[in-house]
Ligand binder design. Structure first.
Ligand SMILES: NC(=O)c1ccc[n+]([C@@H]2O[C@H](COP(=O)([O-])OP(=O)(O)OC[C@H]3O[C@@H](n4cnc5c(N)ncnc54)[C@H](OP(=O)(O)O)[C@@H]3O)[C@@H](O)[C@H]2O)c1
Length: 273
């Protein structure tokens, strides 16, 4: 069930202006999504914050209001794709057209292959893949009709190389990236853009599920700054941190016997959940 409530409209801060009048961010109750909502609102964008935990959304919206930004909250469970599409279409009509839609809601934790099952893996697909595609296509026809819009998916550097315990998670994100890559090419000069974002580790509750200390961890705020500064040029991809992306690419290019041995030595979490 979706529930929309208007929080506040105020003057934007003096931060670098953003080119979108309106934006919807899923997974805005925490981590990267909440930080993205803050950065967008600081640039003058009216942001719709969407997720399941309404009280956290309200708190983020209040914080945006305290900084003289503009925010609405939308209670949304992306694992219900039909409800998600209907809710986002209602928001689109309510705000006079969404300029930016960010499919950020996602879940993931190490799932060692030897104890993998469909029951463990299916929530990942319902959220990260089906949920993201429902989010991104909800108002695609309206954006094309208007001749403007930007669709963004928060994928992962995991798409660039094998990750221990990541078979299911990596597949969901590879699917999301592939969808956006193809969409972007097909949309051509329609005025609607598509970007896939590939973060490395970012300090959020999501990252807490991994027991190892990963290298090059960014704060959610730094990640949001990096993304929002690059999005206006509508790149095909936004990847960070550079060194982690390069390391993943080198790992993938290694001879299989060597790459496989290295990947099998790494433990991102417990051997069994
Ligand atoms: N942190 C990292 O190291 C990292 C690295 C690469 C990629 N990513 C990706 O970045 C995105 C954001 O993750 P994060 O690190 O910011 O994690 P987070 O702090 O755990 O935030 C995840 C967000 O997704 C929302 N969400 C989960 N299931 C949902 C559902 N069924 N319906 C609607 N919203 C849902 C959560 O809100 P509710 O629980 O309130 O619904 C929450 O706001 C994810 O797609 C993740 O895969 C993260």
């Amino acid at each position: 069930m979706a529930n929309l409530s208007h929080i506040q409209v105020g003057k934007p801060s003096l931060a670098r202006p953003t080119p979108w009048r309106t934006a919807l961010v899923t997974g805005a109750s925490s981590g990267i999504g909440a930080a993205l909502a803050h950065r967008l609102a600081e640039g003058g964008t009216e942001v719709v914050l969407a997720a399941r935990r309404i009280e956290l959304l309200e708190a983020t919206a209040r914080s945006i209001r305290a900084r003289r930004g503009s925010a609405r909250v939308l209670e949304l469970d992306v694992t219900r794709p039909d409800d998600t599409v209907a809710a986002i279409r209602r928001v689109d009509a309510d705000v006079g057209g969404l300029d930016l839609v960010v499919a950020n809601a996602g879940i993931g934790w190490p799932q060692p292959a030897r104890s993998l099952s469909w029951e463990k893996m299916s929530p990942l697909f319902a959220t990260n893949f089906t949920g993201a595609l429902a989010t991104l296509t909800a108002v695609l026809p309206e954006m094309v009709r208007r001749g403007r819009g930007h669709l963004v998916g928060i994928s992962s550097v995991a798409v660039y190389g094998p990750t221990p315990g990541g078979s299911g998670y990596r597949a969901t994100k590879a699917g999301l990236t592939t969808f956006l890559d193809n969409l972007r090419i097909e949309l051509g000069d329609s005025g609607v853009h598509a970007t896939a974002v590939h973060p490395g580790f970012v300090r959020t509750p999501f990252a807490d599920a991994f027991s190892m200390q990963p290298p090059m961890v960014w704060s959610a705020d730094d990640a949001a700054h990096f993304i929002v500064r690059r999005l206006p040029k509508a790149p095909a991809r936004i990847d960070f941190p550079f060194s982690v992306v390069q390391a993943m690419r080198v790992l993938s290019a290694l001879p299989a016997f060597l790459r496989d041995r290295l990947v099998r030595r790494v433990r991102l979490g417990p051997d069994d959940e």
